[in-house]
Write a protein that binds this ligand. Structure first.
Ligand code: 13P
Length: 317
């Protein structure tokens, strides 16, 4: 057993890149929670500290444009009020090259801005591009971010759910492996881009972010673990699972054993916050609902309470 001060110091002084590599090697999950509204920052940090679990806070362009995260700098400012490097870091989630409405995004400027703001890691999402273009854009972001010593996540494959309109029938999607990350492409993508973490499509789908569907319960997704194992065997980088809300527990646990290191959770905590706010109009009780949701996930679903101490001990070896 390490003293609290000792393991907190080890983690605080480790780079996010080192922490994620170690987590990948020893199969410890690092959950990443989307900040859809600014007041969600406080309860996310607090509950991670309370459960001594290492995790990320993250904000995506849709959190800003479709919900209440306001701006990348507003999130960073709010985060600075509560951050604790032993338990949390701040990640830039989805900056798509082409967004869910089909519009081109000024990704270069946005990534540069966020790097200047001091985010700890960034994601570029070129998954709506062809392979060559995705490689090209991702390579550019890796060069830019690595110059700031910031790790990069990129996406390959089609993770459905963010687009307007209904999701293709889930069972059909899963059975046909439609949009799944191709193993050979993944091998080439990681080798040529030098990307640090890879977001894959293996049965996971995003929760809806527009229309009435954004308030509805997500489908229960599953993961194709054999396919995941094949991707990991040729890429050997931490795997990221988007669409983390509502994936069957058995699948998630098998995913962690087979290379999933980061899981993004958006819909579950956003809906908990919005539902309580609509009911009571009180921010504080809505923040408590976010905590409750995260507590359940960390303790009961993933079983990763106390992961910070474990990671610190392994980083020290
Ligand atoms: P869910 O909203 O489905 O949890 O997914 C979140 C996500 O992947 C954010 O990038």
């Amino acid at each position: 057993m390490y003293h609290k001060e000792k393991y907190e110091r080890i983690l605080s002084e480790s780079s996010l890149d080192e922490i994620m590599r170690k987590a990948f090697e020893v199969h410890i999950l690092v959950p990443a929670f989307n900040v859809a509204y600014l007041p969600m920052v406080k309860p996310i940090v607090e509950v991670l500290m309370e459960l001594k679990c290492f995790g990320l806070l993250e904000v995506a362009l849709p959190d800003i444009e479709k919900f209440g995260a306001q701006s990348f700098s507003a999130v960073k400012q709010e985060y600075e009020k509560y951050e604790n490097k032993a338990y949390t870091r701040l990640h830039l989630d989805h900056v798509p090259v082409i967004d869910e409405d089909g519009d081109f995004v000024d990704w270069n400027n946005l990534i540069q801005k966020v790097l200047d703001l001091g985010y700890d890691s960034v994601m570029i999402d070129g998954s709506r591009l062809g392979l060559e273009e995705n490689i090209d854009v991702t390579k550019k972001v890796v060069k830019l971010a690595h110059a700031h010593r910031v790790p990069v996540e990129a996406e390959l494959g089609a993770i459905y759910g963010h687009e307007k309109g209904p999701l293709p029938p889930y069972e059909e999607l899963f059975r046909s492996s439609k949009g799944f990350t191709d193993v050979e492409e993944a091998k080439r993508f990681v080798k040529e881009t030098g990307v640090d973490w890879l977001s894959v499509a293996i049965g996971n789908v995003h929760g809806a972010i527009s229309g009435a569907a954004k308030d509805e319960k997500k489908v229960n997704a599953r993961l194709n673990i054999e396919h995941l194992a094949k991707i990991v065997s040729v890429t050997n980088v931490p795997i990221v699972l988007h669409g983390g809300s509502g994936i069957e527990r058995e699948s998630v646990l098998a995913g962690i054993k087979n290379g999933v290191t980061k899981i993004n959770i958006g819909t579950a905590i956003r809906q908990a916050y919005e539902k309580e706010l609509r009911k009571t109009g009180r921010i504080e009780s809505s923040q408590n609902m976010v905590k409750e949701e995260i507590r359940q996930l960390i303790v009961d679903y993933y079983g990763i309470r106390g992961s910070a101490e474990k990671l610190a001990a392994l980083l020290q070896e």
